[in-house]
Design a binder for this molecule. Structure first.
Ligand code: F6R
Length: 248
């Protein structure tokens, strides 16, 4: 999965050296970043012209906190590649004026010309970025209360329950849906229901990833477990051909 995903990101950057990449954190893309670091170090891919925008950040964690997404991105990726520091953008989880900072973040994405390739993971509850299931979704970058399910899922990275952040700042559905291409990665059985709903369920704010059905170019890279319910479905009816499916 990681090699395939890294290959797609690398070819995007090789074809357009000033690509704008939307990036995700979490366990799923760690291997992809490892592969991209190798490709950069062996000079197959040059990140010097690339501009990056991360999807999200926890509220309340300083950038140096080992569980902050700032730290994650530098630790797994940015510290090891030749990206220009001024081209890295990660939402601020400790901004004084959150509303203004969110507006500025969207403006920077627009000024960069929008996102060429957006890498996504998916929550077991169908969240993308931290756009959580709700009665409505937001277009712009915004502050969000994490659901109990997400707080619980994230608690594996923290020593005590009290430390787990309950809020995050996330890119909204707008910047994600406006990305020219989307690369969604998922592995493990616990992601199978969310993947099934994403691919063939109703388009609903209860499963934010289901909106990806409206996108022109989504590449799914799944392991067999995450794809298991989708493959059952596939035997019964045809899943829209616009989706590139790559089950390894
Ligand atoms: C992270 C993000 C989240 C994760 C999702 C899956 O930047 O936006 O949507 O992609 O929570 O996380 P993992 O990969 O840890 O299962």
């Amino acid at each position: 999965m990681s090699t395939r995903a890294a290959g797609i990101v690398a070819s995007q950057v090789i074809l357009k050296n000033n690509s704008v990449l939307g990036l995700a954190t979490g366990s799923t893309p760690e291997g992809m970043y490892r592969e991209l670091v190798k490709l950069n170090q062996e000079r197959t891919v040059d990140f010097s012209g690339v501009i990056t925008f991360n999807l999200d950040e926890y509220i309340g964690l300083p950038p140096g906190h080992p569980q902050s997404y700032h730290h994650y991105m530098h630790h797994h990726f940015f510290n090891h590649i030749n990206v220009a520091p001024q081209n890295i953008h990660i939402p601020q989880g400790q901004a004084g004026n959150m509303a203004e900072t969110c507006l500025e973040y969207d403006q920077k994405i627009a000024d960069a010309g929008g996102i060429d390739l957006q890498v996504l993971g998916i929550g077991a509850n169908g969240h993308i970025g931290f756009n959580e299931p709700h009665t409505y979704l937001k277009m712009q970058t915004h502050l969000i209360d994490l659901t109990e399910e997400t707080v619980e899922a994230n608690s594996r990275f923290f020593d005590t329950a009290e430390e787990v952040p309950r809020q995050a700042v996330t890119m909204g559905m707008g910047s994600i849906m406006q990305a020219r291409r989307i690369l969604l990665l998922a592995s493990g059985k616990n992601k199978a229901p969310a993947i099934k709903e994403t691919v063939s369920g109703k388009i609903t704010t209860a499963v934010p990833a289901s909106f990806l059905q409206l996108h022109r170019e989504v590449i799914l890279i799944l392991d067999k477990e995450a794809a298991s319910l989708m493959m059952e479905l596939d035997q019964r009816f045809h899943i829209p051909g616009l989706w590139h499916r790559d089950v390894s």
